[in-house]
Design a protein around this ligand. Structure first.
Ligand code: GLU
Length: 503
């Protein structure tokens, strides 16, 4: 029987989760759900110097907002926990020791100064210093020192690191579900540090040990980890463990296509690169999709297309449809250009699809911040304005006149609309409206258009001043619809106000 698919998203809590990290989480989630597997969240916090307060909570909140919940993780232990590496600290030393025993790793005692001196000496000769088979024998480690010397140093409590002994002259064939097979000559690898005498593992050791213990079957992560793949594969081999399948997701590029999208790009170019807003210790605020009014469905749909495509023309995908269509084999190798306009396009789509009651709720909340009275026919107003809106504030932008009478009239428009005969026309219209018992849009249209035709006045001479009187500028839906929504009293009040302003 095939093993149950288990994937993990393994962020380091060093700050807010960049949109690239969210995409990694999403692809892991989609892959897990497609194969009936588990999606884990593991917090890789071994580097305490880079730990940022609140980052873990941010990650959990972002995943929740996007509706891509983890099956296992902090607070949701399914027998593989704890899921924070800092809480697993006691586990790692035995694995470093095991590798020393088999000769796949060794103690190294070189001080930072000694290594710096090596680096400078190499640089002076135009070479790069690599701690591996080239130099090992000349440095201070358990391969160059006698067993007694090593023991003396260890007994004396001298600081050490455990380094992986990467093989010399071997061609590795690395497999990646997205990139196919890659060949790597192990001679170029450096002997990476796996463990430090302060008791902390490095990323590499902790990551491999945990993926093994947590029975991870597929490692789906960003392209920036591709250079670590050879070491990781070698570590699995050294431990005698079956390696998971690897898939390295393409970089996310700046909109113009050159260079990696950075956390500063967003606010520079006017779009968020974070799912949720984040305030730094220096009180700097990075904007977030949630706070900017985007719907999670739009963000998920946009992220799914950053490096993946279904191979058809379909662009709108619900989360369920994404799960169904997602395949790692359809993820591209080439970097994915970030396209803020496309994100707005997705947003517009999902905004139109919003349930009326939900939208009404959202808009009511917004109106409360504007301190305006909420009319009983708000749902009619919303349905009239919705089509041209992408975000909730657009509804206000398009239709604030429904809630507040104009305080002034657009200057250019008034020159055109308010002419010498206009006050008289408005008086006649007001008289007509006063007599009206049925204030529906169609009835108003019939009455006023009939009157215009009868008196041979010209539509613009009536419709333009009416619109300006009701709206304050030349925008908005059908004038009769507006009047019907405003109601008889308010419509007449606004026409009177325009009339006296002209006079
Ligand atoms: N902690 C690593 C990160 O922050 C995880 C890389 C991996 O998935 O192996 O991205």
């Amino acid at each position: 029987m095939a093993k149950k698919v288990r994937v993990r998203f393994a962020p380091s809590p060093t700050g807010p989760l960049h949109i690239g990290g969210v995409r990694t989480a999403l692809f892991n989630y989609l892959f897990a759900k497609k194969h009936g597997g588990d999606f884990l969240l593991r917090i890789e916090d071994t580097d305490q110097t880079r730990y940022v307060e609140g980052a873990e909570a941010y990650i959990a909140e972002a995943l929740e907002w996007l509706h891509i919940p983890y099956d296992e993780g902090p607070g949701k232990d399914a027998g593989f926990g704890p899921y924070r590496q800092s809480e697993r600290k006691h586990l790692y030393k035995q694995y470093a020791d095991a590798l020393i025993k088999t000769g796949d790793a060794y103690y190294a005692f070189d001080t930072a100064e000694a290594l710096d001196a090596q680096r400078s000496a190499h640089e002076a000769e135009g070479k790069t210093f690599i701690y591996n088979w080239h130099n090992r024998a000349k440095l201070s480690n358990s391969l160059s020192l006698s067993q007694a010397e090593v023991q003396t140093k260890l007994n004396a409590g001298e600081p050490y690191v455990v380094r992986f002994k990467s093989p010399e002259n071997e061609i590795l064939h690395l497999r990646d579900s997205i990139r196919g097979t890659m060949e790597i000559d192990t001679s170029i690898l450096d002997d990476k540090v796996l463990f430090k005498s302060d008791g902390m593992p490095t990323y590499h050791l902790a990551n491999i040990v945990d993926d093994h213990l947590m029975e991870i079957t597929h490692v789906i992560r960003g392209e920036e980890w591709l250079p670590s793949l050879a070491l990781h594969v070698l570590l699995y081999r050294a431990f005698g463990w079956e390696a998971p399948q690897f898939a390295h997701l393409p970089l996310i590029l700046k909109p113009e296509g050159k260079g990696k999208l950075s956390k500063r790009d967003g606010d520079k170019m006017g779009f968020p690169v974070f799912p949720l807003a984040w305030k730094t210790d220096e009180d700097e605020v990075y904007s977030g999709y949630r706070e900017d009014g985007y719907l999670p469905q739009a963000v998920v749909n946009m992220l799914a297309f950053l490096g993946w495509n279904p191979g058809t023309e379909q662009e709108i995908f619900s989360l369920a449809e994404l799960i169904d269509a997602f395949e790692l084999e359809r993820v591209n190798k080439a970097g994915a250009k970030f396209d803020p306009e496309k994100t707005k396009w997705f947003q517009h789509h999902y905004f139109q699809e919003l349930d009326d009651a939900i939208l009404l709720d959202m808009f009511t909340g917004f109106l409360k911040t504007k301190n305006v009275a909420i009319p009983s026919n708000l749902s009619t107003i919303v349905s009239l304005l919705k089509e041209r809106a992408t975000f909730v504030p657009d509804l206000w932008e398009q239709g604030s006149f429904f809630f507040e009478a104009p305080l002034s009239y657009d200057e250019k428009a008034s020159v055109k609309a308010f002419k010498p005969g206009t006050p008289e026309i408005l008086s006649e219209i007001i008289a007509l409206l006063k007599n009206e018992t049925d204030f529906s849009a169609s009835r108003l249209s019939d009455t006023i258009k009939g009157w215009i035709t009868q008196n041979n006045i010209g539509f613009g001479n009536v419709m333009m001043p009416m619109r300006l009187a009701l709206v304050g500028e030349m925008k908005g839906p059908d004038v009769f619809e507006i009047a019907a929504i405003l109601g008889k009293d308010e419509t007449i009040r606004r026409l009177e106000a325009a009339k006296s302003s002209i006079a």
